[in-house]
Ligand binder design. Structure first.
Ligand code: AMP
Ligand code: TRP
Length: 332
């Protein structure tokens, strides 16, 4: 059987990249798969989070899932820390994963920066917890943005080594689902950098709760080059900022980049940016509005998370038991 798992960190500033690269894709999968969507709060604290803000941010992630169209009756929405199987399996995976594998993780290198000695141990072990998130449900498919590909390869390596070492076929080898025209949305200020929650500039990203004026202001200021849009996708190759805006347009409109260029080839950014603004307000605006409405009703969001945690644990606990038995722990 196929099962979907994905997670988003509640570290604030949920942005267009999170939406187009991940959250929006969660919705369509609900018809064909059993889906489990998580606010990965234990991942968030690998870098410092203010406790009060973290609580808000967990509800923000849950609200974003709901506002995007994840149906809490069909799918499971919950917070990672409320199902203890994640932490238990992560420890076992810490003993399966090799230090050499983790040393290759580019996200750790980026996040730890120059002062690696001062990064938390949790930040280093992050991918092993991510493998536990997925495999504690024996999930087979994981919808994510492109930046998570390496972590999913590591998840496969951990599953494979566990299966080999313990001579079992307990864990499936997960497949990433990286879909759409915006699997890697870039910063609006710098086409060589990924749009991210932690960029110090608010102008680098459109956040889910931005209103019409914010979206218009940020897109107006978005960096571009001086040329009109090309006729063909190949014409975007050396133009990262133009490629990014065309990709965002395509993803929002449900078109390919080639189709967008057919419509806008030869157009200046003074024409294209207002068109993109209108489209973003149309497609993105209602999600932000619904999110704000839900965040004003924490009682409802908390009840969704509570119900989700019970249902998630029902799936995870027997699998962790099976893992413990395989490893040789005594089961009470
Ligand atoms: P994070 O913000 O790291 O918790 O990411 C949550 C989800 O959003 C993951 O599936 C990421 O791959 C995806 N994501 C984050 N940033 C981007 C981006 N700039 N473009 C596309 N997807 C992204
Ligand atoms: N590492 C992911 C990110 O930063 C978040 C995440 C944690 C995740 N656990 C996961 C994504 C399991 C998919 C599946 O984007």
């Amino acid at each position: 059987m196929s099962r979907i798992f994905s997670g988003v960190q509640p570290s604030g500033n949920l942005h267009l990249g999170n939406y187009l690269g991940a959250i929006r894709n969660f919705v369509g999968l609900q018809d064909d798969y059993e889906c489990i969507y998580c606010a990965v709060d234990m991942h968030a604290i690998t870098v410092w989070q203010e406790p009060e803000q973290l609580r808000k941010n967990i509800r923000e992630v849950a609200s974003a899932y709901l506002a995007a169209g994840v149906d809490p009756k069909k799918s499971i929405i919950f917070a990672q820390s409320s199902v203890h199987a994640h932490a238990e399996l992560a420890w076992i995976f810490n003993c399966v994963a090799r230090i050499g594998w983790l040393n290759r993780m580019t996200q750790f290198k980026e996040k730890a920066g120059k002062n690696r000695e001062n990064a938390s141990l949790g930040l280093y072990a992050y991918p092993s917890l991510m493998a536990a998130d997925i495999l504690t449900y024996k999930a087979t498919h994981v919808p994510v943005g492109e930046d998570q590909k390496q972590h999913l390869e590591l998840t496969r390596d951990i599953a494979q080594k566990f299966n080999n070492d313990y001579e079992t076929d307990l864990f499936p080898l997960v497949e990433p689902i990286i879909m759409g025209e915006a699997t890697r949305v870039m910063s609006l200020r710098d086409g060589s950098k990924k749009m991210s929650k932690s960029d110090p500039s608010d102008y680098s990203r459109i956040v889910l709760t931005d209103g019409k004026d914010d979206i218009a202001r940020k897109l107006k200021k978005a960096r571009t080059d001086a040329d009109p849009l090309p006729e063909k996708v190949e014409g975007l190759e050396e133009r990262p900022e133009a490629a990014n805006l065309v990709g965002i347009y395509a993803a929002l409109a449900g078109m390919t980049k080639a189709e967008v260029l057919q419509e806008y080839s030869g157009a200046q950014f003074s024409t294209f940016k207002p068109a993109l603004t209108d489209l973003a307000v149309e497609k993105f605006g209602p999600v932000g509005e619904e999110m704000k409405r839900l965040m004003a009703d924490p009682g409802y969001v908390d009840s969704v998370l509570k119900d989700g945690a019970v249902r998630a644990a029902e799936i995870a606990n027997p699998i962790v038991r099976e893992v413990k038995e395989t490893v040789g722990f005594l089961l009470p």
